[in-house]
Design a binder for this molecule. Structure first.
Ligand SMILES: Cc1cc2nc3c(=O)[nH]c(=O)nc-3n(C[C@H](O)[C@H](O)[C@H](O)COP(=O)(O)OP(=O)(O)OC[C@H]3O[C@@H](n4cnc5c(N)ncnc54)[C@H](O)[C@@H]3O)c2cc1C
Length: 472
């Protein structure tokens, strides 16, 4: 019989994705002893099957598209992409799906690492194999999400791709069906169409990227179609089978599509079904509800940070929460008061509510922060949407011949600040932080007139937006 080992820490972190790592970094920096438990790879979904590999695959696709928009350069990049070289660079970014470097980093900050599946086995207690870890101050759940598959009979035998198989693929299927119209679906459709697959996208709703301003999905769909993808809106897969290697998809519109692989990118579910939530009176499989210090409602010791709390399923936002949760845990451990309402406080994740930035790395890129027009109106703000054709900006024309893009800012007419900004066009991903500063900083719109963008950059779109607001 194996003997149980009991180890006490100040903090136990369950899940070592980017968020768990950042919580541990903060609690260690505050001098709290910290254990980190990870069942797969330190670095989480983001490092191995999400942000890093997807962006490593997309970067050459976008660079080639940009180069093809420049006379004098266009003819130099007419050939096909070298898929093997692109996969090899992606493999390097994922460390070939090994986590030695990140385990070393955890050790370097003085955290204790426990590899294995952790479960809560009561208040302040996490069990990993034969080790029982107890937490004097906090248990932090940062177990992230997994891809959801629809409930279609026989789907498991088809061996469909989820984001994991798509981001770690080592071959390009001849024909790929992508089910879904969100960020993962559009990014992966962009990658595989550019690498030579014939991509068909099945979107249940009216268009792509339906959480952003409508023109974002429209411009991305136009470009994907021009690249050769077949986008079918208002269409769902009702049956998926595989025979002799070929995937056969039947849709609710009566179509029959054959493919070599099928990718489902239809949503995420929290990895909370097997972490012992029932032992602390919480429902297994549910998203956590937390306050702005990331502490789970109704507890004084349990925190849920990153994707698992469903506030914003993005690495940068989860890491922001991690910095705040770490600071809040340290303050509470020291008996110091937290202020939830002070905007300067390091203990409240206020930027999770209405000022979340996101970049979709498609061609064109779509970047947004804060609220869309529809969201602002739903929230009850009196707003005006100001639109500008990005082609009117000299820097955009210089960036790409025939530059196509659009910008929108949502002006709060009562407070005269911005509630949201969206840019769609080549190269706009790097522009979004200017908008994030304006939205989060609640910069008065008249003051923005004095934030002079450099000539001739695409950032001069700010002048066009402000002129359009002033003159109408
Ligand atoms: C294809 C794709 C592309 C994306 N691209 C971007 C992007 O470009 N930018 C961006 O900001 N976001 C992106 N995201 C979202 C981003 O990946 C997530 O927001 C981020 O990974 C969340 O981090 P996390 O630490 O909360 O969870 P995760 O990264 O999911 O990490 C959770 C960790 O917990 C571990 N774990 C789970 N259960 C247990 C257990 N019981 N015991 C021990 N360990 C456990 C898991 O093994 C995992 O390592 C993308 C997502 C996908 C799917």
């Amino acid at each position: 019989m194996t003997e149980t080992e009991n180890i006490a820490y100040d903090v136990v972190v369950l899940g070592a994705g980017p968020v768990g790592e950042n919580v541990a970094d903060r609690t260690r920096a505050a001098g709290l002893s910290t254990a980190v438990v990870e069942s797969e790879l330190v670095g989480g979904e983001c490092s191995y099957w999400a942000c890093m590999p997807s962006k490593a695959l997309l970067r050459p696709v976008i660079a080639r598209a940009d180069a093809r928009r420049l006379p004098g350069l266009r003819q130099a990049v007419q050939g096909p992409l070298d898929a093997a070289a692109i996969f090899a660079r992606r493999d390097w970014y994922t460390g070939d799906w090994t986590d030695d470097g990140q385990v070393d980093w955890l050790k370097s900050i003085g955290a204790d690492f426990h590899r294995g599946h952790g479960r809560l086995t009561g208040p302040r207690t996490v069990t990993v194999g034969d080790r029982v870890l107890t937490a004097r101050h906090a248990v932090v759940v940062a177990t992230g999400t997994r891809a959801v598959l629809p409930d279609l009979p026989g789907l498991a035998e088809v061996k469909p791709w989820t984001s994991r198989e798509a981001t770690s693929a080592h071959a390009v299927p001849g024909r790929l069906v992508v089910v879904g119209g969100g960020v993962v679906a559009t990014e992966m459709a962009t990658v595989f169409q550019a690498l030579g697959a014939q991509v068909t996208v099945l979107v249940r709703g009216k268009g792509l990227l339906d959480r952003m301003e409508p023109f974002a999905g429209e411009l991305v769909a136009e470009a994907l179609t021009e690249a050769g993808a077949d986008i079918r809106t208002g269409t769902s897969a009702t049956s998926v089978t595989r025979s002799d290697g070929t995937v056969v998809v039947v849709t609710d519109t009566g179509e029959r599509i054959e493919a070599d692989e099928i990718l489902f990118a239809v949503g995420r579910a929290p990895r909370t079904d097997d972490i012992g939530l029932e032992t602390v009176d919480l429902a297994p499989g549910s998203w956590f509800t937390v306050d702005d210090s990331l502490r789970v409602t109704g507890t004084d010791w349990l925190y849920a940070v990153g994707d698992v709390n469903h506030r914003a399923l993005l690495t940068h936002q989860g890491k922001y929460q991690a910095r705040i949760a770490g600071a809040a845990i340290a303050a509470r451990a020291a008996g110091s008061p937290l202020t939830q309402t002070d905007p300067w406080s390091a203990h409240a994740a206020t930027a999770d509510h209405e000022s979340v930035p996101q970049v979709v790395f498609t061609d064109p890129e779509a970047a947004a922060v804060g609220l869309s027009l529809a969201e602002a109106e739903r929230a009850g703000y009196r707003v005006r949407a100001v639109d500008v054709d990005m082609a009117s900006v000299s820097g955009a024309g210089l960036y790409a011949e025939g530059y196509t893009g659009r910008a929108r800012m949502i002006v709060d007419l009562e407070q005269e600040i911005l509630r949201g900004v969206t840019f769609v066009g080549p190269g706009v991903g790097e522009l979004i932080h200017s908008a994030t500063v304006a939205v989060v900083g609640q910069v008065p719109i008249a003051r923005l007139w004095h934030a002079v963008p450099s000539y001739p950059t695409i950032s001069e779109v700010w002048l066009r937006l402000l002129e359009a607001f002033r003159d109408n």
